[in-house]
Design a protein around this ligand. Structure first.
Ligand SMILES: [Mn+2]
Length: 358
């Protein structure tokens, strides 16, 4: 059944391209490859192409990011979606451990092309969902070790990780692995908080400290770091002094209010100077009216439009990894925060190097 189906798909593809594959195979009973392709040859091309909801029901199948195939490792992939399901680094509301799972479920709404920018990521890159890091929910430091090891493998396969958090602690071990491969990287950090605390409740590892640890270990090229959307009450009047002292550009939310962020991103692209860049997007950068499902919400945040402008403004950068963190499904049971996160991850995929724009 499987081989017959694949043979049929291939012959149709050679006759008329991918669109024909989807239209012509529909009247026949659905084969495994159409619902959950086990290998990328199921698309008849070298790429993995999510099944179109025109022909395969959105609600069907085992949830993977964007209904992509799941594979165990990053071998052969240009980019991979990876979940890191922890919330043991959170300081307030927990729940981000469920983030990757709900992002995957809500990502069934996503389609293959970016209508706004005309990006065609699935005609450009080989992408799959490679599942979750096997975290230790009882030991955050051990979890960090596990994350670092997992990302070393992903990066050594030449694959760009697109991470679904998980709380923001995970950026630290991910950046350890990233810097090991690429050297100190530039950072576009979108967040309500600087996440540069030193010690919290006696602990140096948590979701409020990752970028302090990264600086201490020389993982960041500090003149190529920008933090966008920072806000909220602080422990002192000058909450972002430490960031600025490192050479970071700090863009507090007040500078973003009522504005397009496209001009800011023009400056950010110049700041990144062609070097490797990591994009870390905490969903709490968005206003909690748009994204209430998160652990440490702050009012008067960015709009989803500004979030998209930031990510689209990263087009042309040498992105070596991206994450979307801090989605906490229990605080938004509608799923809309996770849906927003899924869309932002898709936007990230669309601005990776070598993505074609039609
Ligand atoms: Mn954060």
């Amino acid at each position: 059944m499987w081989s017959l189906c694949r043979t049929f798909s291939r012959s149709v593809v050679s006759a008329g391209g991918l669109f024909s594959l989807q239209t012509r195979t529909f009247p026949t009973p659905l084969c495994r490859s159409q619902i959950h392709p086990p290998v990328r040859s199921s698309s008849g091309t070298r790429f993995n192409v999510p099944p179109s909801a025109e022909f395969v029901a959105r609600v069907s199948g085992i949830p993977t990011m964007n209904k992509l195939p799941h594979q165990e490792t990053a071998e052969g992939l240009d980019a991979a979606f990876i979940g890191v399901p922890i919330d043991t680094g959170t300081s307030n509301r927990p729940g981000a451990r469920f983030g990757p799972r709900q992002i995957r479920v809500e990502s069934a709404m996503l389609r293959s092309f970016n209508s706004g920018t005309r990006a065609a990521p699935y005609e450009s890159l080989v992408v799959a969902d490679i599942g979750d890091v096997n975290v230790n929910l009882y030991d955050l430091k051990d979890t960090c070790t596990r994350i670092r090891e997992a990302y070393r493998k992903v990066l050594s396969a030449g694959c760009i990780p697109l991470t679904m958090g998980g709380d923001h602690t995970i950026a630290y071990p991910i950046l350890q692995a990233v810097a090991e491969r690429h050297g100190p990287v530039g950072l576009v950090h979108v967040d309500a908080h600087a996440d540069t605390s030193d010690v919290v409740l006696g602990e140096r590892i948590g979701h409020g400290t990752p970028f302090r640890r990264c600086v201490e270990e020389g993982l960041l090229d500090c003149s190529r770091v920008v933090q966008i959307g920072l806000r909220g009450s602080g422990y002192s009047a000058d909450s972002y002094a430490w960031s600025r002292a490192q050479g970071f550009r700090v863009v507090q939310v007040e500078e973003c209010w009522f504005r397009s962020l496209a001009p800011l991103m023009e400056e950010v692209r110049a700041q990144m100077a062609g070097g490797p860049v990591y994009l870390s997007f905490d969903i709490d950068a968005l206003d909690p009216g748009f994204a209430p499902g998160t652990g440490t919400p702050e009012i008067a945040g960015l709009t989803p439009i500004q979030g998209v402008e930031i990510i689209r403004g990263c087009r042309g950068l040498n992105l070596v990894g991206c994450d979307l963190v801090e989605v906490s499904p229990p605080y938004d049971t509608s799923g809309n925060t996770a849906l927003t996160g899924a869309n932002l991850l898709f936007e990230m995929l669309c601005v990776l190097p070598n993505v074609k724009y039609l």
